[in-house]
Design a protein around this ligand. Structure first.
Ligand SMILES: Cc1ncc(C[n+]2csc(CCOP(=O)(O)OP(=O)(O)O)c2C)c(N)n1
Ligand SMILES: [Mg+2]
Length: 698
């Protein structure tokens, strides 16, 4: 194995650029070594690439890392987190509060790097948005970062089209850079996202591919021999190469090529040597995911012309160098931008106000003034239909509520029909209706990217296809992004499409995800309440689970108002004196069945209560008094009714309760046959209620 010597010259003879690059390398090495875990090799290799981008090009003000028009840097290779932490530290990026106020202290002090991967350190194993200021998105699951970067780039195009006005053509003009590796390139999501980025000609997007031929199991010759350049040319990208990751001038040329390419995204393929400078580990998978070891660290430092015994060493002049480069440039750009925006506010007060509210995750005044009330109707309408109506009633008042579907818009009813809403496309980057194509996983990541720029995104599809986007949805939840997922076709109610399209375990699966709000409304008025709740969320993604088929619109003069849905669960119909013998708990399309059963039981003198429970998470958040008023602990006779797996339901019915559910895959048939086969009828509920009463009296 050949080892290139990075810098034969001693520190005193190195240029400040070289010293700065080596500081990034050695901080990364020392962080990993101290943690005794982590990934040193890639930061060592990419230090010059990151240096070149940040110091020479990135329009980013370390003193204000949330300035809206900053360039975004995404480290899609999240395992190389020390690269980012070193940059954040050396450029002295400031910490930002949850309310987006810049605080005095630095985001990543040297002590945080020394505590890399330790509990509560600002330097966790993988970069975490919201935890470490300057981290633009959480990365770690390979491919997510690059796909998210597409969403960020799309958001920028949308902001530009809507808010840049004569005299303010540069209000939004930021670029998005993402570092990715072989793993990102192998993951399917990068293909989905790159395909859409090419189609949309996202000229503000630049991916830097670390072509080091190494992954965990060894050389990429094991698994990955495709021609990445040709692949991206096929997607419609501009592709350029840098044959040596250490060549700052070649790198600069590549970034300038990106800047001058106005009609497509750019991929820069950079050949690098993982573990650069470590004599026994360079170019091996051994440099990927474990500390170099004390001896190898010494040898690497010797190769860098570094004092071998010094740890976490930042030589004189390095901080200052970054301050004079990215720091000075960033501050000037940032200050100029804020000066511009105050002029903009005078000239375009309404647009400026929109921007302010959007950037603070607020809603416009009166956003809910046209929310529809749906009259009682035994035939009713599908909750996807009512959702479409509610969406349109709010969309006209929230201009930055934008989104679409993975090619199922006509089915999910998520089109914004208002005149002028338009379709987002190369011809119209101001369009509000998005077409993600049949790319669910990328859609999820793109929604995250949009939300990171603080527009309010929604995405839709068939509920079954959450299977294809869970990885992205989990990051919405982890990042606390208020992304809205609209999923329709929520049960065997999809009928003849059969088991491939009938969700069974999906509700349980979504409900088990921390931080995700899952709402399955029973009728049109609960749909309205659900949207109302969801739109007011700031830190939680939400999933609306909606029917394909019509469900009755419940008579609210006879039963309780739908406003109870906002509390997650509420008493819809009750026994005399609020003293039930049995509680029927339903969600979505099954609530109507529960009401039917309730009426029959009532006729027979059985005291039943119906609880509509559209959202577990919201209900669990209520105080104990409310929860116990809805589900009194002494009433043990309980029946849940949901056309899905009963996984988790015993939490509400108790182990001795009864769960009417589906424990197998569905089947392809007309709905009547399916309801019979799977036992969803008022008779079955009545029978279960009676046997519950008998059981708990015994
Ligand atoms: C979706 C996903 N699968 C697997 C992993 C585990 N993993 C972390 S790094 C890595 C290898 C990545 O190789 P590459 O992208 O070439 O990075 P390099 O080793 O060159 O830094 C793997 C498999 C992951 N983080 N995400
Ligand atoms: Mg690699």
């Amino acid at each position: 194995m050949s080892t290139t010597v990075v810098s034969p010259s001693s520190l005193a003879l190195q240029t400040i650029e070289q010293t700065s690059i080596n500081t990034i390398r050695t901080l990364s090495i020392d962080g990993v070594q101290a943690a005794n875990s982590g990934h040193p090799g890639t930061p060592m290799a990419l230090a010059p690439v990151a240096y070149c981008l940040w110091q020479r090009f990135l329009r980013f003000d370390p003193a204000d890392p949330v300035w809206p028009n900053r360039d975004r840097f995404v480290l899609s290779i999240g395992h190389a987190s020390m690269l980012l932490y070193s940059l954040l530290h050396l450029t002295k990026v400031r910490a930002v509060s949850k309310d987006y106020e810049t605080l005095g202290e630095v985001s990543v002090p040297l002590d945080a790097i020394k505590a890399f991967r330790q509990l509560d350190s600002r330097c966790p194993g993988h970069p975490e948005y919201r935890w470490t200021s300057g981290v633009e998105t959480t990365t770690g699951p390979l491919g997510q970062g690059v796909a998210t970067s597409v969403g960020i780039a799309i958001a920028r195009k949308w902001l530009t089209a809507r808010y840049n006005r004569p005299g303010f053509e540069d209000l939004f003009n930021f670029n998005v850079y993402a570092f990715c590796g072989d793993g990102c390139m192998m993951e399917g999501i990068s293909g989905e996202a790159a395909s859409l980025a090419g189609h949309l000609q996202l000229s503000n997007l630049c991916w830097i591919y670390d072509n080091n031929h190494i992954t965990i199991e060894g050389n990429t010759s094991l698994t990955f021999t495709e021609d990445v350049a040709t692949r991206f040319l096929g997607y419609g990208w501009n592709v350029t190469r840098v044959g040596d990751a250490n060549d700052l001038e070649m790198l600069s040329r590549a970034f300038r090529t990106f800047h001058s390419t106005k009609d497509r995204p750019t991929l820069i393929i950079v050949d690098s040597h993982i573990g650069y400078g470590a004599p026994h580990k360079q170019d091996t998978s051994g440099a990927h995911g474990e500390p170099l070891g004390e001896e190898e660290v010494r040898l690497a430092k010797r190769n860098y012309g570094w004092p071998e015994d010094k740890k976490f060493y930042v030589p004189d002049g390095v901080y200052d160098h970054f301050r004079q480069g990215i720091g000075k440039r960033g501050k000037e750009l940032r200050d100029a931008w804020f000066a511009r925006i105050s002029k903009y506010r005078k000239q375009y007060p309404e647009l400026a106000e929109e921007l302010f509210r959007m950037q603070h995750r607020q809603l416009p005044d009166g956003w809910d003034r046209d929310l529809p009330e749906f009259p009682a109707d035994p035939k009713g309408l599908a909750t996807r239909e009512s959702s479409g109506k509610v969406l349109n009633a709010v969309a006209k008042h929230i201009p930055w509520l934008i989104g679409g579907s993975a090619d199922l818009g006509p089915s999910t009813k998520t089109r914004i029909t208002e005149e002028g809403a338009g379709d987002f496309s190369v011809e119209n980057y101001a369009g509000r209706n998005f077409h993600f194509g049949i790319r669910e996983h990328a859609m999820g990541a793109i929604l995250n990217g949009l939300s990171l720029v603080k527009v309010r995104p929604f995405g839709s599809g068939f509920f079954i296809f959450v299977d294809y986007m869970r990885g992205s949805m989990r990051l919405s939840a982890l990042m606390e992004l208020p992304v809205i997922y609209v999923f329709t076709h929520d049960s065997i109610g999809v009928r003849e499409d059969g088991p491939t399209h009938q969700p069974i375990e999906h509700l349980a699966h979504m409900r088990s995800m921390p931080g995700l709000i899952v709402i399955r409304p029973a009728d049109a008025n609960e749909v309205r309440e659900a949207w109302k709740v969801v739109l007011q969320l700031h830190h939680e993604p939400a999933v609306l689970v909606l029917t394909r088929q019509a469900v009755p619109t419940i008579d609210r003069t006879k039963y309780a108002p739908a406003s109870g849905a906002a509390r997650g669960a509420y008493i819809l119909a009750d026994a005399p004196d609020a003293d039930p013998e049995v509680i029927l708990i339903g969600t979505g399309s099954e609530v109507a069945l529960c009401l039917e059963a309730y009426e029959r039981l009532k006729k027979e003198g059985v005291r039943a209560r119906v609880v509509s429970m559209p959202c577990w998470e919201l209900f669990d958040d209520q105080d104990r008094d409310y929860r116990e008023a809805v589900l009194p602990p002494h009433v043990k006779a309980r029946v849940s009714v949901e056309e899905a797996s009963d996984f988790g339901w015993t939490k509400y019915t108790g182990a001795e309760g009864h769960n009417i559910c589906i424990e197998s895959f569905g089947a392809s048939a007309p709905l009547k046959q399916l309801l019979k086969k799977f036992g969803f009828s008022a008779e079955k509920i009545v029978a279960a209620a009676k046997s519950q009463i008998a059981k708990h009296q015994a």
